[in-house]
Structure formats: structure tokens, C-alpha cells
Design a protein around this ligand. Structure first.
Ligand SMILES: Cc1cc2nc3c(=O)[nH]c(=O)nc-3n(C[C@H](O)[C@H](O)[C@H](O)COP(=O)(O)O)c2cc1C
Length: 344
């Protein structure tokens, strides 16, 4: 295993196809799923030479939380489907690496169990359920667990139609899997911008809005008090045919205009992908499947290894780009490969 793609290939070999379909698949024709990965190939670097890069640091901060690198673990659901320790294994690996982990509402381990995995930087991903009472119970449990921000996922009023799951008979929620807080189909389709205030009052932590793809919604997020905007198409699992994360990033960055931190996810496989995201204005990137694959192949050790591979690629990439820290990566460090068109 010398790169993330090795883990992607090995996970597909190892995991039962009737389970793996849920992790690797996207919605509809998977146009957006493919676009997420392809988008990075349409940008190339403009490295600068003869910069003193004898000290390269990958560390940064996200909403004031110190992290070892500008790449975090995206919230991905139901981790016990691929590893017995599930979210606890991922949390241990992320904490040891000093990397931010975002824990899904659809976790298979409790927040109390995850909190014991080590003192790592951790955010909490919230789905507001149709049942507001149960949402409040869930929030109350999460509050105890020491998370430092709430990530509200807004791109799932309904669950995307993931045809691999249908073909292979993947049952969601899986009948014998304990989900302590919710399953995917309990999310509230009635949620609106007005509810941000309510979430804030129940969980008074910095609020990140995840699933933004347009300048219009980026502006609304800022207006309604979001502390950060997370550009995401949910790994191509929701509305098929939307822009790749990286392709939606520039318009969101332009709309937010430096007032808030902006993150992006979708298709990250390399440290170089993270550097391209930074150059286009993201404060950090997140990856889901890269870590899901590593978890499936080798549990906590796999996630730890994938994190260290990506951290090393980010460090080497920074040095070769002529940067000594993530903050130094600028728009001038990338240009489109020609011709640049939107994804087919
Ligand atoms: C198996 C799987 C489960 C996911 N579950 C959630 C979830 O519970 N909550 C959420 O906000 N996003 C969820 N996502 C989306 C991820 O947070 C992230 O947006 C996406 O995985 C990024 O794309 P990548 O997998 O190509 O890195 C999930 C993604 C995958 C692959």
C-alpha cells in the first residue's frame, strides 16, 4: 500500500460486494461521482523555485482548532459495516495523527465511546430528524462528548437513488447494525435556513454548513450566521449531475469573499488534490472514501497509514511548490490545463 488508490483497489477486493456497493457507489448514472475525481486532473501546478523550503509545516487551524494538516476525515456513516471497531478505530487513528475527524449522525458507535478514543480534534455532523425530540436527545449526547464544532449537512432532504445498492440488495438501514442515533431515512426534508438559529441555540458551538454548491447558498449561509461553508456534493451520492466539489469551489470562495472559512470534499486521493483545493481558496479539504477504504482494508492501522501517506504527500507537494505552509498556497500556484471545460 503506497498510495490511497492502492487502498481503494484492495477494499473493493476485500469487502463483500453487497456491502461495498454502499461505500463506493453514487447516485443515478454516477456522473458526479466520476466528476469529483476527474476535476483535479484539469488543474496543474505552477511551482516556484529557489524558495527556502528547508522547513515545511503542514499544520493549520480550522475554526481555531489546531490540526496537523489541511485534510480531515469527512463524516461517513456506518463504519462498523467494514471494521469491528468502526468509528472508534477511525477516531483513534485521526487523534494519533492530530487530524480532524467529523463524526456522522449515522455513527455505529456512541459519542461517549468515540470520546474515549483519544484527545483528537473532532467535529460532529448533524442530521436534523423529522422527530425534533430525538434530534434534541442526540444533540444532548453529542454535547457531552467534547466536539468543537457542529457540521450541519443540508444536501439530504431525501436520500439519493443509489442504484448499486438496489442491484445488490443492500438494505438501508442494515437490519443487524445498531445505529444509536438515527438512520439515513429519518432526516427532515422540512429544514430551512431559519432552523440554523435553532441548532445554534441547542448546540452553541461554531456552525459549519455542509453541502453548499452555489454562490446563492453560500451567501445565505453567511447571512444566517454559518461560521464556515463546506462545498460538497455528498460524494456524488445525492443529486447526480451537479458540479464536482472542486468545480463548485471557486464561485463559493468568491461569494464568501474571505469572511468565512471554506472547505471542500469529493474525490480526494492525493496530497496534490488537497493543494489544488487550497490554491482555489479552500482552507482545508476532507475525504470520505479514501479513509473508508483504508478502514476496510486494515482498520485503525489502515486509516493511520492513509493519513500519514496523505500528510507526507502534502508536505512534499508544498516543498516542491515552493511553499513552507498551507497558508502560502495561492491562486497563482495553479492554472487550468487546456482546454478547460466543465465535466462531460
Ligand atoms: C459511505 C459514505 C457514507 C457517508 N455518510 C455521510 C453522512 O452520514 N453524513 C454526511 O454528512 N456525509 C456523508 N457522506 C459524504 C461524505 O461526508 C463526503 O461528503 C464524501 O464522502 C466526499 O467524497 P469522497 O468520498 O469522494 O471523499 C458519506 C459518504 C460515503 C462515501
Amino acid at each position: 500500500m503506497i498510495n490511497v488508490s492502492d487502498y481503494v483497489a484492495a477494499a473493493a477486493e476485500k469487502v463483500d460486494p453487497a456491502v461495498w456497493c454502499y461505500f463506493e457507489g453514487g447516485a443515478g448514472d454516477e456522473v458526479t461521482l466520476r466528476a469529483n475525481v476527474a476535476a483535479y486532473g484539469r488543474w496543474r501546478f505552477r511551482p516556484r523555485m529557489l524558495v527556502d523550503v528547508s522547513d515545511v509545516a503542514t499544520a493549520t487551524t480550522l475554526l481555531g482548532t489546531p490540526v496537523a494538516m489541511p485534510l480531515g476525515v469527512a463524516p461517513f456513516a456506518m463504519q462498523r459495516l467494514v471494521d469491528a471497531d468502526g468509528e472508534v478505530a477511525t477516531a483513534r487513528a485521526a487523534a494519533a495523527a492530530g487530524t480532524l475527524m467529523c463524526v456522522s449522525t449515522l455513527t455505529t458507535r456512541t459519542h461517549a465511546e468515540i470520546a474515549q478514543a483519544g484527545d483528537g480534534p473532532r467535529w460532529f455532523q448533524l442530521y436534523v430528524l423529522r422527530d425534533r425530540g430525538r434530534t434534541l436527545d442526540h444533540i444532548a449526547e453529542a454535547r457531552e462528548a467534547g466536539y468543537s464544532a457542529v457540521v450541519l449537512t443540508v444536501d439530504l432532504p431525501y436520500v439519493g437513488r443509489r442504484e448499486r445498492d438496489l442491484r445488490l440488495g443492500f438494505q438501508n438501514p442494515p437490519p443487524d447494525l445498531h445505529l444509536p442515533y438515527a438512520n439515513l431515512f429519518e432526516n427532515s426534508p422540512a429544514l430551512t435556513w431559519r432552523d440554523l438559529e435553532w441548532i445554534r441555540s441547542e448546540m452553541p458551538l461554531p456552525l459549519v454548513v455542509k453541502g453548499i454548491l452555489t454562490r446563492e447558498d453560500a451567501l445565505l449561509a453567511v447571512e444566517h450566521g454559518a461560521d464556515a461553508v463546506w462545498v460538497s456534493n455528498h460524494g456524488g451520492r445525492q443529486l447526480d449531475g451537479v458540479a464536482a466539489g472542486l468545480d463548485a469551489l471557486p464561485e463559493v470562495v468568491e461569494a464568501v469573499a474571505g469572511r468565512r472559512e471554506v472547505y471542500v470534499d469529493g474525490g480526494i486521493r492525493r496530497g496534490g488534490d488537497v493543494l489544488k483545493a487550497l490554491a482555489l481558496g479552500a482552507r482545508a479539504a476532507f475525504a470520505g472514501r479514501a479513509f473508508a477504504c483504508a478502514l476496510a482494508v486494515d482498520g485503525e492501522r489502515g486509516v493511520a497509514h492513509a493519513l500519514s501517506l496523505l500528510r507526507d504527500e502534502i508536505a512534499l507537494g508544498l516543498g516542491l511548490l515552493g511553499c513552507t505552509s498551507p497558508d502560502e498556497v495561492a491562486r497563482s500556484h495553479v492554472e487550468p490545463t487546456l482546454p478547460y471545460d466543465s465535466p462531460a
